[in-house]
Design a protein. Structure first.
Length: 70
């Protein structure tokens, strides 16, 4: 089994710690959160039709880049 080290802000760590269940590792927490999000996204797939999808995707990418460098 291999491992990775992650660096997060203290505020993020505290939020994750509050979400973590008793006797749950952070790896287990991340697994649970990612599984829940994927299942939610699968349920939502196809529920909405976006008329300006390309423009919306460009805006999302722009916002992501801005957030990374704040």
């Amino acid at each position: 089994m291999s491992f990775k080290t992650l660096t997060v802000k203290v505020s993020v760590y505290e939020k994750l710690l509050a979400m973590k269940r008793e006797n749950e590792s952070f790896s287990d927490l991340f697994e649970r959160l990612s599984k829940n999000n994927i299942e939610t996204l699968r349920k939502l797939h196809g529920c909405t039709k976006f008329e300006k999808k390309d423009q919306m995707l460009r805006e999302i990418e722009k916002k992501r880049k801005e957030q990374r460098y704040v």
